[in-house]
Design a protein around this ligand. Structure first.
Ligand SMILES: [Zn+2]
Length: 340
């Protein structure tokens, strides 16, 4: 199927956005452009950062996708003549619904640092004044989120959506305008990150020796464990969907003097944690963890250090977490990410 000329802009914009860890981590985020009745949208499990090197966009039949959404059907019909074996993004309905020619959804850390706070709406009103924006309480990604967005945009024109415990969506006429809008929102919502102490590298190396764990490659990951406020937030619950999908629920910690050896971790039936925080020392991640999981550990570091000690946090509920962990669409995305 012939790709329209604006796909080049979409590829370049997506790759730039995808390479910025402050906007997108791992397989998170997605983008789309509309061309007549075809919606070109990121395929599930692919990375925006790969947009210029790989074919990450799939053509979707726009009116058929909207009709399916109306029927409460989560399956997204590919455009006639599409030859891809990839599935469209979990968030395709959201892209189809927004009337804008270009839609960009990111997990930008400044937005998330507000979107996990119960006091966000008041502060957002002040900081986003002048934009057509709406705040939506957390909804399970996919169909429930699309239905909430559909209700919100039916009432008034909306160019900016702040998704509670999730991220940011913008709609614009061009890729350039969408990227600029994300930058504008992120600047308005910018929070100065709190500096965390460096990791105790010697202690981490000896704790990991002979175990299935290693030191993560991004040194920022250690800040989750070395700063007591970051640690309190990260161990108190889960903040957004991709954290749950790739790292599980609230972050586990290693008690003082405890060991990371497989036999010592196998005290419960649960699989060994993907990543573990060692208070005051640093973070460790399983040797077999995917790049997507490691990116989510970086994301948690970037978000927690932007939450002041007194911030009122809204965590995902156990029900929210269960829905994410038992979701076939997410399992598919994780497998693709792992085999990237
Ligand atoms: Zn998302």
């Amino acid at each position: 199927m012939q790709q329209p000329a604006q796909i080049n802009d979409l590829r370049e914009m997506s790759a730039r956005v995808g390479r910025n860890m402050l906007l997108v981590q791992g397989a998170g985020g997605n983008s789309s452009a509309k061309d007549g009745d075809t919606l070109w949208v990121k395929a599930s499990g692919t990375w925006l950062s790969d947009a210029t090197d790989k074919d990450i966009f799939v053509p979707v039949a726009l009116s058929a996708a909207l009709a399916a959404l109306e029927q409460g059907d989560e399956r997204v019909p590919l455009a006639p003549g599409a030859t891809t074996t990839l599935r469209a993004s979990i968030e395709t309905s959201l892209h189809a619904l927004m009337p804008h020619p270009v839609v960009l959804h990111v997990h930008s850390v400044n937005t998330i640092a507000w979107a996990v706070r119960t006091d966000a709406p008041a502060e957002l009103t002040r900081r986003l004044a002048g934009l057509n924006w709406r705040y939506l309480d957390y909804c399970h990604p996919g169909l429930p989120l699309a239905q909430a967005v559909s209700a919100a945009i039916a009432r008034e024109p909306v160019d900016v959506l702040i998704l509670g415990n999730h991220g940011l969506v913008v709609g614009a006429t061009t890729c350039e305008a969408a990227e600029a809008m994300v930058a504008d929102v992120e600047q308005r919502l910018a929070v100065i990150p709190r500096e965390a102490l460096a990791a105790d590298s010697d202690a981490l190396r000896s704790i990991c020796a002979g175990t299935d764990y290693r030191v993560p490659s991004d040194p920022r990951c250690h800040g989750i464990a070395t700063d007591r406020h970051n640690l309190a937030v990260a161990t108190g619950g889960s903040l957004y969907p991709d954290h749950v999908v790739f790292l599980g629920r609230a972050m586990p910690t290693l008690g003082h003097g405890d060991s990371l050896r497989a036999a010592d971790l196998k005290k419960t039936d649960a699989p060994p944690p993907v990543a573990i925080l060692i208070p005051g020392i640093g973070s460790v991640i399983r040797k077999d963890a995917s790049a997507g999981a490691e990116a989510m550990l970086s994301c948690l570091a970037l978000v927690t250090c932007r939450l002041p000690p007194n911030a009122p946090i809204h965590y995902l509920t156990e029900q929210n977490e269960n829905a994410l962990l038992n979701w076939d669409a997410e399992r598919y995305r994780q497998q693709l990410t792992a085999s990237r």
